[in-house]
Design a protein around this ligand. Structure first.
Ligand code: UD1
Length: 407
């Protein structure tokens, strides 16, 4: 059984790492001995969508992922250029390797590009790989989001759909996807969180930022911010609205802001530098202050360490809404919608919108509430195990010629 998996951009790594780990575990358990059983042959593709050390290599090191078997070096570009570049570079690799399964994760351009190639490819014997989509079925119902387009299209060319929450299963059913191809396995990103939580507690990031309190004193409370969506940072007025709302709160406690490279360039382009303090570790001047402290993007362990200790998280990311729910940390989502409704229904998340007043109110409300850690159904560290069990079963069905999919 040969499985190819694809990663390309930052959020892919946390979702795929535990699945790869599960395959390694399976192989270890079957290695050696006289009755050594067939192993899974795994081939890892990195598309190169993210190429900065802080957005890619750091995650491979932190998550102990194997080096990619091939790096496509596709790089940045417009949506069309980037997607096309990944497709053109991926096709020959897929044709050469002829895997039985292709695993893609999440909703980035690399995910859709590779799924589309696999859906149309034809190997020498006329087969194509079965496409398995990790984190399928999530819907914001906002078609202006590039990720929503990626999610819908990837789901509709996939053969095996792994859902993280019950709303995703319902969405897929409403879209006419065959029920026997959808598996509610839970959240592999939370598998990773559970596996690395202890290491993150010892990451030392608080000390490096001067946030761990002096001897005998409790660590001072701080907020954590991430912001990178084009709709929030590419438009000057929209970006300024958000900054002004957060700046109001930053008078009460420091906000730590590991900034994505695109956000940094917009800050320079719009002349917004004055709204931020270049905190320690941000190539700047001195300790964290009661302001928005911009720092370099962090690796997985350091970011998780910071998130676990923060008083409140403000973000436009998808995955962080889920991680804060599991950590019991209040989250304010700086977007108009979420494709992860379980984080609002059962977790610690509020979707605040992107207007100043809404953000200020949401932060105030979240600061007045107390939350317990909450694990939505099937978010228990076993999602990758379930995924591998499904793939092994589908492999047996495939060999017997009875796969339920549309192949
Ligand atoms: C991508 C995903 C988004 C995800 C985010 C996480 C899509 C459509 N979007 O957005 O869903 O939340 O990753 O970070 O796939 N850049 C660098 N270094 C890099 C990569 C990018 O400087 O290593 C800069 C480039 O200027 C590039 C810009 O960031 O043009 C955007 O990168 P891109 O991969 O197109 O999208 P993200 O905004 O990172």
């Amino acid at each position: 059984m040969k499985i190819m998996s694809v990663v390309g951009a930052r959020p892919n790594f946390m979702k795929m790492a535990p699945v790869i780990n599960e395959m390694r575990k399976y192989n270890r358990e079957r290695a050696g001995g006289e009755d050594a059983r067939p192993q899974i042959e795994h081939f890892l593709v990195h598309t190169g969508q993210h190429y900065d050390r802080s957005l890619s290599d750091l995650f491979f090191a932190d998550l102990k992922m194997p080096s990619p078997d091939v790096h496509l070096g596709a790089g940045s570009g417009s949506h069309a250029a980037q997607t096309a570049e990944v497709m053109a570079r991926f096709e020959p690799v897929l044709m050469k390797e002829e895997p039985d399964f292709l695993i893609v994760a999440g909703d980035v351009n690399s995910t859709l590009a590779c799924a589309m190639v696999a859906a149309k490819v034809s190997f020498r014997d006329g087969r194509r790989p079965l496409i398995a989509h990790v984190e399928s079925g999530l819907r914001s119902f906002d078609r202006t989001m590039p990720e929503e387009i990626n999610r819908v299209l990837t789901d509709h060319v996939s053969d095996i759909l792994f859902a993280t929450e019950e709303s995703a299963v319902r969405n897929l059913q409403k879209e006419g996807i065959a029920v026997d191809t959808v598996f509610f396995v839970g959240n592999t990103m939370i598998d990773t969180l559970i596996a690395f939580q202890e290491r993150a507690e010892r990451s030392g990031i608080l000390g490096r930022l001067g946030l761990n309190g002096s001897t005998g004193r409790a660590a001072p409370p701080f907020g954590l911010l991430t912001l990178h969506r084009p709709s929030n940072v590419d438009d000057r007025d929209a970006f300024l609205n958000i900054i002004l709302a957060l700046d109001e709160f930053a008078g009460q406690m420091p906000i730590v802001f590991p900034a994505h490279p695109r956000t940094r360039s917009r800050i320079r382009e719009f002349g917004f530098e004055g709204y931020f303090h270049n905190g320690q570790n941000g190539a700047g001047d001195g300790p964290i202050r009661n302001r928005i402290n911009i720092i370099e993007p962090l690796g997985y362990i350091d970011f998780l360490g910071l998130m676990m200790s923060s008083r409140i998280v403000m973000t436009d990311s998808g995955g962080i809404q889920e991680e804060t729910t599991c950590l019991g940390v209040p989250c304010v989502t700086l977007r108009e919608n979420t494709e992860r409704p379980v984080t609002e229904k059962e977790g610690t998340n509020i979707v605040a919108g992107v207007e100043r007043e809404g953000i200020v109110d949401a932060i105030r409300l979240q600061m007045s509430r107390s939350f317990k850690k909450k694990m939505p159904r099937n978010w228990n560290g076993k999602s990758s195990e379930r995924i591998l069990a499904v793939l092994l079963k589908e492999d047996r069905r495939r060999r017997a010629g009875v796969h339920a999919s549309r192949v």
